[in-house]
Write a protein that binds this ligand. Structure first.
Ligand code: NAD
Ligand code: LMR
Length: 362
């Protein structure tokens, strides 16, 4: 056997001259690639056991710090970084970090399927961000097509992966993803989660400021969706138990609902939240990975297929486990202020969900 070796940043490739080894002859840490090369994944040998995670849109404003933080996560054994630009540089950079996860980069549509094959968790921050004066729905025309393409590839290459969808407008992109998976016959509502964690992170921060507490000790459920009035903080259910004046409730509700716009305006045309979003995405992905590992009692808010209201999708607290979303919790008792907010949220959500569904069914 010709054993000439080609090295690159992440793997050693052993060329096999005239025949392919059948998969059953493969050793631990080896695979046959499309060119008939037996690849020895060098660093995977030393890597800790864990989950395989892909980030789609990994070279972007969210993608880069998200990749950095996921490379630091001990639950990750393999980290695939996919984008249509700049992944070689981001991958080379991140791969020098002396943490356990093996990092591989994938550039452009031709490498999308390789990026996804075998993944346990796929995180999607691909797509354009807002500029001042735009709503999240203004991103629909570009991001809907991006999410469709990526989800078609997920359905083909890793239909059992948990999907964390960040790309806006989340209230429409999650229904788009669901329709793509339904069309492909792979839809599992337990495995598709719209990421609304940033709303919870913001709510915890702003409420802690008002109460004079450490934000790490505060837990604010935020339900509904991820845009304007669909972001509904349940301030009557804050832990630790507390009360607010009417003025505080107006201030907090408005600030939590418009936290994204606050960042968009401060960045003045240079994009939307990226660093706090990467933090929130990693917090959420880590919860999903702990669920996959079988940890008990992992509860976070997420925008999922739901029967909590009459709408087909809704964000609320969910329990995460080996299969993804194991349980969806009801909203609990709402006060009059929250009931009014819920009605407004549902009206806007119904339109956004339908827009996503129609994009695929058209
Ligand atoms: N869910 C949330 O809470 C939340 C928070 C912040 C931002 N977002 C959304 O996340 C998205 C990304 O924001 P950003 O600031 O990182 O934007 P960005 O422009 O900095 O990065 C987006 C990345 O996606 C890549 N991309 C574009 N088309 C692609 C495709 N077909 N396949 C793979 N990658 C592709 C781009 O090349 C770019 O690297 C936006 O839609 C934004 O609105 C959501
Ligand atoms: O506001 C945006 O456009 C980005 C994101 O949805 C956010 O909440 O920060």
């Amino acid at each position: 056997m010709d054993s000439s070796v080609i090295s690159d940043a992440n793997r050693r490739i052993i060329r096999i001259s005239s025949h392919l080894l059948p998969p059953s002859n493969l050793q631990m840490g080896e695979e046959i690639d499309r060119c008939g090369l037996r690849r020895e994944i060098c660093r995977a040998k030393g890597a800790a056991p864990g989950s395989k995670v892909a980030i789609l849109g990994a070279a972007g404003g969210i993608g880069q710090p998200l990749a950095l933080l996921m490379k630091m996560n001990p639950l990750v054994s393999v980290l695939h970084l996919y984008d249509v630009v700049n992944t070689p540089g981001v991958t080379a950079d991140i791969s020098h970090m002396d943490t356990g996860a093996v990092v591989r980069g994938f550039l452009g549509q031709a490498q999308l399927e390789d990026a996804l094959t075998g993944m346990d968790l796929v995180i999607i921050p691909a797509g354009v961000p807002r500029k001042p004066g735009m709503t999240r729905d203004d991103l629909f025309n570009i991001n809907a097509g991006i999410v469709k393409t990526l989800c078609e590839a997920i359905a083909k290459c890793c239909p059992n992966a948990i999907v964390n969808l960040i790309s806006n407008p989340v209230n429409s992109t999650v229904p788009i993803a669901a329709e793509v998976f339904k069309k492909a016959g792979t839809f599992d509502p337990k495995r598709l989660l719209g990421v609304t964690m940033l709303d919870v992170v913001r709510a915890n921060t702003f409420v802690a400021e008002v109460l004079g507490l450490d934000p790490r000790d505060v837990d604010v459920p935020v339900v509904g969706g991820h845009a304007g009035v669909t972001i509904l903080p349940l301030l009557s259910q804050v832990k630790p138990a507390c009360s607010f004046t009417d003025k505080e409730i107006d201030y907090l509700t408005d600030r939590i609902q418009n936290g994204g716009t606050e960042v968009v305006e401060a960045k003045a045309g240079a994009g939307s939240a990226t660093l706090s979003m990467a933090y929130a995405a990693v917090k959420f992905a880590d919860a999903c990975l702990r669920g996959l590992r079988g940890d008990a009692g992992i509860v976070e808010c997420a925008f999922v297929a739901s029967q909590v209201t009459e709408l087909p999708f809704f964000a609320s607290k969910v329990r995460l486990g080996r299969g993804g979303v194991e349980e969806i919790y009801p909203l609990g008792p709402l006060n009059e202020y929250e009931r009014v907010g819920l009605d407004k949220a549902k009206k806007e959500l119904a339109t956004s969900i339908q827009k996503g569904v129609s994009f695929i069914r058209k």
